[in-house]
Design a protein around this ligand. Structure first.
Ligand code: XMP
Ligand code: MG
Length: 173
């Protein structure tokens, strides 16, 4: 496997996309306390930058969930929850933060986990969306970038745990 020579999404473009997502989210939750539920490990970098771009006056708490669905570059329909959030989502407004929406299996596992706790609302924010790959219908309320069907790494996204540290998003081929 080889990295593309130039990024698919460079740092300036990522920054602009995240500022614009943060503006949308800040308006959507201006009157509502909410929980940002970050899906580890891939969304860590995105969530960290997104949270710091939000209006500081918002009422936000942070939770994490870890789900594994991929081995190598193959999605796996048996997504497993490896780490569960500490607090209940009952009666809370929950915004799920994902790195990438691909087949939709991982998103639906996370959404079902949250929905079972009877939250006040669930919304979904993803940095990247690969709509051509969708097998399970999942609606994203906030999307950073829609991309073609490439396997991408960097900015939190990995190939067998490698490349998460890269500051920009590259294609692996
Ligand atoms: P599903 O298929 O469940 O996939 O929607 C979502 C999860 O799979 C990972 N994923 C990727 N990771 N490059 C990656 O590094 C990719 O192109 C890619 N596509 C999917 C990701 O962890 C996401 O949470
Ligand atoms: Mg991954």
């Amino acid at each position: 496997m080889k990295l593309s020579e130039t990024p698919l999404i460079n740092a300036a473009t990522l920054h602009a996309g995240i500022q614009s997502l943060a503006a949308e989210i800040s308006i959507a939750y201006s009157d509502t306390a909410f929980i940002m539920l970050t899906v580890l490990k891939g969304a860590l970098h995105f969530s960290s930058d997104l949270q710091r771009a939000l209006n500081p006056a918002l009422d936000i708490t942070s939770e994490f969930i870890r789900v594994r669905s991929y081995e190598g570059t193959e999605s796996n329909s048996r997504a497993q929850i490896l780490y569960k959030p500490e607090n209940s989502f009952a009666h809370k407004h929950v915004l799920i933060i994902e790195d990438i929406l691909d087949t939709g299996h991982t998103a639906s596992v996370v959404q079902n986990y949250v929905a079972n706790q009877k939250p006040a609302s669930i919304r979904f924010c993803t940095l990247l969306d690969k709509p051509d790959r969708r097998l399970v219908p999942v609606h994203a309320d906030f999307t950073g970038f829609t991309i073609d069907d490439h396997f991408v790494v960097g900015y939190g996204l990995d190939y067998n745990e490698q490349y998460r540290h890269l500051p920009e998003i590259y294609t692996l081929f």
